[in-house]
Design a protein around this ligand. Structure first.
Ligand SMILES: Nc1ncnc2c1ncn2[C@@H]1O[C@H](COP(=O)(O)OP(=O)(O)OP(=O)(O)O)[C@@H](O)[C@H]1O
Length: 228
């Protein structure tokens, strides 16, 4: 099985207000196309771990490899480019730009990447919006959409550069049951159909139960890893 992510011996400390170890020798690997859920009680270190995996936090001990590339010790410029090309992010809050249309929001990361012409980017953005059932809303301001619709658009935006891994921090945290189901189904489909990897921190037991594998954390450590 092809590995897309290897986290080895992560240790992470915070020094405010007192020095404490938030991650303790965390190691695991993730397969291509795997849908992984990370669960655990509030404060056990899930978001901190995801932040390290996202390459946004570089202040840790251990090593991180994604897509066969060693990322530990790389410059911020390098990591920023790497993220835009290989990773997609979905948060609890969608962070769409309210004064931009749905389509423009989805296009932005691809325009930033600079790999495709504006026409191609628009075409790709439409494809992603179609996939998540939001093509009819392409020309609407994102601020005019419902919370569930905005979260779907945030997923389309995360997918625009065809990332190897989509990382989610409580991606359904603000959604009702119906929209949680819709967002879950999108994740399920992109893992199964496109072989894109999903790594999602979640408090939702149903969401975790529908993933391929659940990693449970407690007090900064992985205490179990089981396949569904
Ligand atoms: N920047 C920071 N400085 C100091 N301590 C922090 C910082 N960020 C998080 N912490 C602490 O680290 C611990 C782990 O936090 P983290 O946000 O990773 O937990 P979590 O498992 O994601 O929690 P939740 O489920 O509530 O989001 C907590 O005790 C938190 O208070």
């Amino acid at each position: 099985m092809e590995k897309v992510l290897k986290a080895s011996h992560f240790n992470k400390y915070f020094s405010e207000p007192d020095r404490f170890q938030v991650l303790k020798d965390v190691s695991f690997e993730v397969n291509k196309g795997e849908f992984l859920a990370i669960v655990g009680k509030s404060g056990c270190g899930k978001s901190t771990l995801l932040y390290l995996l996202s390459t946004m936090d570089t202040d840790y001990e251990g090593s991180l490899e994604i897509n066969g590339q060693k990322l530990t010790g790389k410059s911020q410029d390098y990591l920023s480019k790497f993220r835009n090309e290989h990773l997609g992010f979905v948060f609890q809050f969608h962070f769409l730009l309210p004064e931009f249309t749905t389509l423009q929001n989805v296009m932005l990361p691809a325009l930033k990447l600079g790999k495709y012409s504006e026409k191609e980017v628009e075409h790709r953005a439409y494809e992603k919006l179609k996939m998540i059932g939001m093509a009819d809303h392409a020309k609407k301001l994102s601020s005019k959409l419902s919370g569930g619709q905005q979260q779907r658009v945030a997923i389309a935006r995360a997918l625009i550069n065809d990332p190897t891994i989509v990382m989610g921090d409580e991606p359904t945290g603000n959604l009702d049951r119906t929209n949680t189901g819709i967002v879950f189904d999108i994740f399920r489909e992109i893992a199964r159909e496109n072989h894109q990897t999903i790594i999602a921190v979640t408090h939702d037991p149903d969401f975790a139960a529908g993933s391929d594998r659940v990693i449970e954390m407690s007090d900064g450590m992985i205490i179990s890893s089981h396949e569904n």
